[in-house]
Design a protein around this ligand. Structure first.
Ligand code: BES
Ligand code: MN
Ligand code: ZN
Length: 504
């Protein structure tokens, strides 16, 4: 894990913030260097930009060493292109800042000073711009180097980031930064969990981590093992785990606000610490990255961990269904019939459609939670969702348009890609079974939708429910700016935003 990075908002401009390296922005199509940099720095860098024909194209960098005699506060200046102002959203800003900070670290800087984008003037409100800056810095410099002899650039040198907020309210900027520190560190925690190899991060280990987290963050926790599951009739969780030496766990966390909660929400996570497919074995290629199949549960734990610090007036239950899907001698077979906690029976046609079996029990368990109004599940559920929306987007479905719209809005502001898929009731035909109440796979087409329809069978009537299929964005095989390869922490920022909204 990387060393801590300190971020601090300061009144005034860059001129008053000496650092190893200072970052200055340039929009394409604007001749001046904007933002709170001070007259001298603006003049010098304006000349450099003109002389070097640096137009400010998005993501371009230009490094300038200040001449020693000039007495400028920093020795080095990184001119960062932000593209055209009308096209530069806060999400673009988040990305560019992250990339610039990686560059600063590569250049050996331990302290970096940079202005708040446009000092928070329209269309970049102070709090949101500061939040985007903090997330860009902390997500962009994330590395999973625990198992490497040589760490990579990102957090090798960087220690201090000072943000010049100009005449903007320092308090608001500090609040934005503080929120960004919480959302980014939660996201990075989820990334760490996903990146941990499945041989290390078993269901038991996840339960230990959840206990440690609950103790630190002051969350309530209960962990159920196979015995309790048998008593409760959780045939899905038990069935999926049959072929593995690692027994399942159901982790139940609760965050209770100090005051009377405005809402009661549950977050449910698919927690397959490894998905080999079981006897319906995946191909070698297909299972290469299947340690990521617990990303939903990682997002749930990371979000719960962040809540006490933010103290929203919402009661939040986190439920993580942890299991390992392996093809051992005792494994679940195609044709077996499982009984889920709510009493429904499932014909297992394909043991690789295991996530829905686990979530069926977790949803049934949630049905018994007193006063619960809304449930959101996160799951790396189907390859079909990745086919539909590509690797970057979450697919969302649910039984309540208001809830789905609220989550979509939270995702938009969090900078996470999310898109609705239809929950066509007609496709229930595809998962009718001849021998049980329902079967766990349908036809090939519309697989993300039939998976969601399957889950809906286990949602308590009257409960508002949304399902987030994160199979695409949970794990990166290609780097997209601050979304690194490996675990991405998908869903965490959206959930935190959503819960903060729900509290007000
Ligand atoms: N964990 C996988 C889905 C997945 C695929 C996640 C790619 C991340 C990347 C899930 O358990 C699975 O195997 N789904 C099957 C369902 C099928 C057998 C109906 C799939 O999508 O192929
Ligand atoms: Mn599977
Ligand atoms: Zn799976």
């Amino acid at each position: 894990m990387s060393a801590a990075l300190r971020l601090e908002a300061k009144a005034g401009d860059l001129e008053s913030l000496p650092a190893d390296l200072a970052i200055v922005y340039k929009f394409k199509g604007q001749s001046d260097i904007g933002g709170s940099v001070g007259e001298r720095i603006a003049r010098h860098l304006g000349e450099i930009a003109r002389g070097d024909r640096f137009e400010g194209r998005a993501g371009r960098h230009l490094l300038w060493h200040a001449p020693p005699g000039e007495g400028l506060p920093s020795r080095r200046y990184l001119l960062l292109g932000l593209g055209r102002k009308e096209e530069c959203t806060l999400e673009h800003y988040r990305r560019h800042v992250g990339e610039a900070l990686v560059e600063a670290d590569r250049l050996g800087a331990t302290s970096v000073a940079l202005p708040l984008l446009e000092a928070g003037s329209a269309p970049y409100p102070v709090r949101e711009a500061a939040l985007a800056l903090a997330e860009g810095v902390l997500l962009g410099t994330y590395r999973f180097d625990r198992y490497r002899s040589e760490p990579r650039s990102g957090r090798r040198h960087l220690r201090e980031i000072r943000v010049a907020v100009g005449d903007a309210a320092v308090r608001e900027a500090s609040e934005g930064i503080a929120l960004g520190e919480v959302t980014a560190s939660a996201t990075n925690f989820a990334r760490d969990l996903v990146n941990e190899p499945a041989g290390v991060l078993t269901p038991q280990r996840m339960a230990e981590i959840a206990r440690e987290t609950a103790a630190e963050a002051k969350l309530e926790i209960q962990v159920l093992g196979p015995e309790e599951m048998k008593r409760l009739g959780m045939g899905g969780l038990l069935g999926v785990s049959q072929g593995s030496h690692n027994p399942p766990r159901l982790i139940h966390l609760t965050y209770r606000p100090e005051e009377k909660p405005a809402r009661r929400v549950a977050l449910l996570g698919k927690g397959l610490t490894f998905d080999s497919g079981g006897l319906s074995l995946k191909t070698a290629d297909g299972m290469e990255t299947m340690k990521c199949d617990m990303a939903g549960s990682a997002a749930v734990l990371a979000t719960l961990r962040a809540l006490p610090e933010l103290a929203p007036r919402v009661e939040v239950t986190g439920l993580m269904g942890m299991a390992e899907n392996m093809p051992g001698g005792g494994a679940l077979r195609p044709g077996d019939i499982l009984k889920i906690m709510n009493g429904k029976t499932v014909e297992v046609r394909n043991t690789d459609a295991e996530g829905r079996l686990v979530l069926a029990d977790v949803l049934s368990y949630a049905a018994a939670l007193e006063g619960l109004e809304e449930a959101i599940d996160l799951a790396t559920l189907t390859g079909a969702c990745v086919v539909a929306l590509g690797p970057a987007a979450v697919g969302i479905m649910g039984n309540d348009t208001g809830l789905v719209e609220d989550i979509l809005r939270a995702a938009e502001r969090a900078g996470e890609k999310m898109w609705p898929l239809p929950l066509y009731g007609e496709y229930l035909e595809h998962i009718k079974s001849d021998v049980a109440d329902i079967k766990n796979t349908g036809i090939r087409w519309g697989g993300a939708i039939t998976a969601a329809l399957f889950l809906r069978e286990f949602v308590r009537p009257g409960l508002r429910w949304a399902h987030l299929d994160i199979a695409g964005p949970a794990f990166g095989e290609k780097e997209y700016s601050y979304i690194k390869k490996g675990g991405t922490g998908a869903g965490v920022r959206t959930l935190i935003r959503f819960l903060l909204d729900r509290a007000s």
